[in-house]
Design a protein. Sequence first.
Length: 82
Amino acid sequence: MRRVNGKLTRVKIDTTDKITAEKARSRAKITLGVMETGVDPNEDKRQARQQVEENQKQGVTLQKALDAYLEKGKLFQQHFEL
């Protein structure tokens, strides 16, 4: 817990069944250092979640799927070489 830009902010590191106390302390030190610079880690998480949600709403277009398929490789090129 630390003030970020004047606002008291609490950041959850992880749950006790997923992380050891030593790792939690290490992550807490890093997180507190980031918060000291004025960056709110919770805001970064919110923005990342919003970006994922927007990408899921857009879905995959046929053009995107074709481009991804062509980038992967040689399978397409072998069948259609001139």
